[in-house]
Design a protein around this ligand. Structure first.
Ligand SMILES: Nc1ncnc2c1ncn2[C@@H]1O[C@H](COP(=O)(O)OP(=O)(O)O)[C@@H](O)[C@H]1O
Ligand SMILES: [Mg+2]
Length: 270
């Protein structure tokens, strides 16, 4: 279970470039729940995931994972509990290492046993089975460098690697956005398979309204560093992509109104 309470993050505070990326976010995610995060560019989606993963410390607020306060934990310590997949297929894996080596590294995260152990005997067979189950034929290429794979194949492996240790939390940040439609579909199918197999608690940022509407059991919409919509239960089950698009449109109008009002106020006081 993830519990985020009142987190705030301002970049370049006190300078002309100040950005209030998170302005008080509260979020509680039940174990095994899959929450999609949507919002316009710059609304704070990635900052929310980065704050949870520990890419930086938040200015205010607390982050708890499975009952433990991890607010002041460094990123590498959180990485033992949190799996992550980013947009860039090249960011999650080491290109010159083989598929087997990459998987071995991922599977031993947070464990004392060495790489060679993971690459031998029963452990290797187990890894091979997991790769074979993805249905991409990569089990026959375990000793090839990962750099020889396509973007979609790499992203599939990154996903497998992040799910391998059954993380307390899986963070996906537009992990299909850089892929061609066919590869994106494939990676989304795998995502579904892994999450359902291990009942992973998941926070997935997506630009795709069909993904947001049809996958997972909850959708939150962010705007200007805040959560402005939170849809779950029967409302989520009924949700269609068009409903989300109209929420974006409502938000755009409201923000436009705010802008005009602010302009009028400015005009009155200058
Ligand atoms: N590491 C950072 N340093 C400075 N500014 C950042 C950083 N990360 C995000 N921002 C800024 O914070 C705001 C929210 O960004 P982000 O969370 O990446 O938006 P989203 O993922 O919703 O598109 C943007 O204005 C962005 O430029
Ligand atoms: Mg982003």
């Amino acid at each position: 279970m993830l519990e985020v309470t009142g987190i705030r993050k301002t970049f370049f505070a006190g300078t002309p470039n100040e950005v209030r990326a998170l302005q008080g976010v509260d979020l509680k995610i039940e174990p095994g729940s899959w929450v999609n995060v949507i919002g316009t560019n710059g609304s704070g989606k990635s900052t929310l995931l980065n704050a949870v993963a520990g890419a930086f410390y938040v200015d205010e607020g607390r982050i708890r994972l499975d009952g433990t306060d991890i607010t002041r934990w460094p990123e590498h310590r959180r990485a033992k509990l949190i799996g992550r997949v980013f947009q860039d297929p090249f960011s999650g894996t080491a290109p010159t290492m083989t598929i087997a080596e990459n998987l071995a590294l991922a599977s031993r995260r947070g464990q004392v046993r060495g790489l060679t152990f993971a690459l031998k005997g029963p452990r290797k067979n187990e890894l091979r089975d997991r790769v074979a189950a993805m249905g991409l034929g990569l089990e026959n290429r375990l000793d090839n460098p990962i750099g020889t794979l396509s973007g979609g194949q790499r992203q599939s492996l990154t996903l497998l690697m992040s799910a391998l240790i059954r993380p307390s939390l899986l963070l996906l940040d537009e992990h299909t956005a850089a892929l061609d439609p066919k590869s994106a579909d494939q990676v989304i199918r795998l995502t579904q398979q892994f999450i359902e197999r291990d009942q992973l608690t998941t926070l997935m940022v997506t630009h795709s309204m069909p993904q947001a509407a049809f996958l997972g059991d909850r959708v939150i919409m962010m705007d200007r560093g805040r959560v402005v919509h939170d849809i779950s239960g029967p409302d989520k089950k009924r949700l269609r992509p068009e409903d989300l698009l109209s929420k974006f449109e409502e938000l755009r109008r409201a923000n436009q109104l705010d802008e005009s009002a602010a302009e009028m106020l400015r005009a009155q006081y200058v």
